[in-house]
Design a binder for this molecule. Structure first.
Ligand SMILES: Cc1cc2nc3c(=O)[nH]c(=O)nc-3n(C[C@H](O)[C@H](O)[C@H](O)COP(=O)(O)OP(=O)(O)OC[C@H]3O[C@@H](n4cnc5c(N)ncnc54)[C@H](O)[C@@H]3O)c2cc1C
Length: 466
């Protein structure tokens, strides 16, 4: 990595000239929230030297140009809900927060698209689309707090990815400030294009290492007229997960297929202080279905009910939607409530490998004295395993966690799995990513980074080192 320069009073003055006094902060107390994301362990926290709040794309470009010229790292930041330390300024420098670029710029219901600034909250994007009878289908569990730009930068998944895909499937075009401070629009509002490389898809999921995303043109679809949440309860993990493929083969495409194991159900129950169905022995598949009529949904529900009882299910319930989604979406907070010493993994494996992977990984945690809590976006093979401190002494935790990670990933990769289904690599998973990625693939990624960011100033030390 290059040696970066420290911020000087002269550079601070230039930042104030570009952005105005109020949009440049250096006060330690005010900068503190920008020293971390949702990863709670303090060894992953780093203070920036300055936090800036551009209000336009042009201001963003001027900041990046200045940083590039002065060899100062710039870390783009959305809402800081990330779980991989992607928005943490590990080399100090400038945090570039998109929070003041939060406008919905345009919605075109007839042509079903909308244009938003990167700092718009995801929930606001969803609600604006819904007011026009349309659906923005990106739906991460953090939607009430994360920003759409953060979703694009991480290619966020979430609950509706089974039917609609991840964030990358919802994007027509991104406006980007490149690491050298140029402004460009990548992609187009076209349904097909083989006109050169697909650079917008390269930026999507690049975790702030290839460009600052300032504006996004999003695809919308008609808002489903009728939605039903079902709760399929199974006596064990194997039968619950096996049911994911049973549904896929039935020809019914659910919107969501979310799994919670019994330990996770009890963990959430304690946190929300509500009794959940079959909490003594149940494992859940939350199945959301959509249709254009009540009759169609009832038909789907009856077919799923028959399949559930012939594949080992205990019961198929019409879910109390508010309660079941509250339970599912509270999982991360419930784990945090148990202990701040934990590590959230979002391993992805082929769906048929999920039951054995979940059991095996829980066994590894137990062997090392840690505790495991598991939920998953089961329809995508994306396992959210939280590894909790359990009986591991605090002083031994980093080393023990490293051993657990080693055993887990040595097991997951030969299964055809990968490190992250949606949270990304950031800083936290960089060493593991380096260890488990094919060297040729890694070199190609490093070559792309060097071509886009010759001075390596944009979010350095994330995903991989160059
Ligand atoms: C309770 C909870 C539930 C969650 N559920 C989900 C889920 O269901 N699915 C899922 O995918 N994730 C989930 N997450 C993780 C997180 O919310 C997502 O990764 C989200 O997309 C991050 O958005 P953000 O605005 O908070 O980005 P940040 O955390 O601020 O940044 C994340 C990364 O994106 C980069 N970045 C942010 N904005 C920009 C930009 N405008 N231009 C360039 N780079 C940028 C940052 O540099 C960083 O590398 C969850 C997190 C929590 C705490």
């Amino acid at each position: 990595m290059p040696t970066y320069n420290k911020l000087t009073p002269a550079i601070l003055d230039e930042l104030r000239t570009i952005l105005g006094e109020k949009n440049v902060i250096t006060d330690t107390d005010r900068m503190q929230p920008y020293s971390h994301d949702e990863v709670t362990e303090s060894r992953y926290h780093h203070m920036p030297e300055v936090v800036v709040f551009p209000e336009t794309t042009e201001q963003t470009a001027a900041v990046v140009k200045l940083a590039n010229r002065s060899l100062i790292p710039v870390v783009p930041r959305g809402a800081g809900t990330g779980l991989a330390c992607g928005a943490v300024p590990i080399y100090g420098g400038i945090i570039l927060s998109l929070e003041k670029m939060n406008n919905i710029l345009e919605i075109d219901p007839k042509n079903m698209f909308m244009v938003v600034q990167a700092g718009a909250r995801t929930e606001e994007v969803q609600q604006t689309a819904a007011k026009h009878g349309l659906l923005y289908a990106g739906d991460p569990c953090s939607g009430d707090s994360c920003f759409i730009g953060g979703n694009v930068a991480t290619n966020a998944g979430g609950n509706k990815a089974v039917k609609y895909g991840t964030t990358r499937h919802q994007v027509y075009q991104v406006e980007v400030v490149t690491p050298t401070g140029e402004i460009t629009k990548l992609g187009s509002r076209l349904n097909k294009s083989t006109t050169g490389y697909c650079l917008e898809q390269l930026v999507i999921g690049s975790e702030g290492t290839l460009g600052v995303i300032t504006e996004i043109t999003l695809k919308l679809v008609p808002l489903p007229q009728h939605v039903m949440d079902l709760l399929a309860v199974f006596p064990d993990v194997d039968s619950a997960i096996a049911f994911v493929n049973v549904i896929a083969q039935s020809g019914i495409t659910p919107t969501c297929l979310e799994f919670m194991d019994n330990v996770a159900i009890r963990c959430v129950e304690r946190f929300i202080n509500e009794k959940l169905p079959y909490d003594e022995n149940g494992n859940y598949l939350i199945i959301q279905i959509e249709g254009d009529s009540e009759e169609k949904l009832e038909d789907y529900a009856m077919r799923i009910d028959e399949l559930c009882s012939s594949h080992g299910g205990l019961e198929l319930l019409v879910a109390n939607s508010a309660q079941i989604w509250k339970a599912r979406k509270s999982f991360a907070e419930a784990v945090r409530h148990e202990t701040l010493i934990h590590s959230n993994e979002d391993i992805v494996v082929p769906i048929d490998k999920m039951p054995e992977a979940m059991k095996h990984m829980a066994g590894i945690c137990e062997k090392h004295g840690a505790a495991a809590r598991t939920v998953s976006h089961a329809g995508d093979g994306n396992i959210h395993l939280s590894i909790l401190q359990g009986s591991v002494p605090l002083a031994e935790w980093p080393e023990r966690l490293a051993k657990i990670h080693k055993e887990i990933f040595s097991y997951v990769y030969p299964l055809g799995g990968k490190l992250s289904g949606e949270h990304g690599i950031g800083y936290k998973k960089k060493a593991l990513f380096h260890e488990y990625t094919d060297p040729v693939e890694l070199q190609l990624m490093q070559a792309v980074k060097k071509a886009w960011d010759p001075n390596l100033i944009l979010n350095p030390g994330k995903v991989f080192d160059c």
